[in-house]
Design a protein around this ligand. Structure first.
Ligand SMILES: *Cc1c(COP(=O)(O)O)cnc(C)c1O
Length: 230
């Protein structure tokens, strides 16, 4: 009940932000970030009408999958992806949002080809250039996008980012704008095998600003499920 109510409130805020920026609320995809939340909570979120469930850890995702958490749900992988986990998630996830190296493109491409599928992915960008953070630096994007053209099993659908947490909305806003500019530039270039459909950015404390800057996919955890107990 609480989760469904939270989703209702989040949807309302998403709608208002979309309308303010001249867009259709239906075009904004709501991904519930479910790390450390039970299969039961995930099922509540699915019933509450989120568009997809996002998971950060492969092991946790496989366990919850066995518990039937993702029935009737789209599943997105949003955490750091190690190469030795690729085979376990290609085909299981509708989208892998956190692809950030040529190695991952190649591994996902080969695995998808062997399954006879096309795996949707987003390229994660380290927009704040933070040394210890996942994601490609923006100057490396052309290289990775050109490489993806050589792997028909990989279908690049957009970009994802987790900008630096500074607590200041204005600072965030610049990163969101930079991401939107990258997204639009790449879309205009028309690379082979790439369709810039999704710009995934914005979390519980920043999704309104992210939508204002052009995000059409937001990943929201605590505002849906409550605070995580670490
Ligand atoms: C946890 C997480 C989110 C959601 O964070 P909240 O602040 O709880 O909304 C979004 N994206 C990624 C990659 C995450 O790991």
């Amino acid at each position: 009940m609480m989760i469904a109510d939270n989703i209702g409130r989040v949807r309302e805020m998403i709608s208002e932000a979309a309308v303010r920026s001249g867009r259709n609320p239906d075009d904004i995809i709501l991904v519930a970030a479910a790390k450390m939340k039970s299969a039961e909570s995930v099922r509540e979120a699915v019933a509450g009408g989120v568009d997809a469930i996002g998971e950060n850890r492969v092991q946790e995702m496989l366990e919850k999958n066995r518990e039937g958490a993702y029935t009737n749900a789209k599943l997105h992988y949003i955490g750091h992806l190690q190469s030795n986990k690729v085979r376990q998630i290609v085909g299981l996830c509708d989208m892998i949002q956190s692809v950030d190296s040529p190695e991952l493109i190649a591994l996902i491409g080969k695995r998808a080809a062997s399954l006879g599928i096309r795996q949707n992915v987003l390229i994660e960008v380290n927009i704040g250039r933070e040394p210890n953070k996942a994601g490609v630096l923006c100057e490396k994007l052309p290289e990775i996008l050109e490489q993806a053209a050589g792997f028909p099993g990989v279908f690049v659908r957009g970009l994802m980012a987790v900008p630096p947490m500074i607590g200041k909305i204005n600072t965030n806003h610049n990163y969101f704008n930079e991401m939107y500019n990258l997204f639009v530039d790449i879309r205009a270039k028309k690379y082979d095998n790439i369709s810039m459909n999704f710009l995934s950015m914005g979390m519980s404390d920043s999704f309104i600003e992210a939508i204002g800057a052009g995000a059409n996919m937001v990943r929201i955890g605590s505002a849906i499920f409550g605070e995580r107990q670490y």
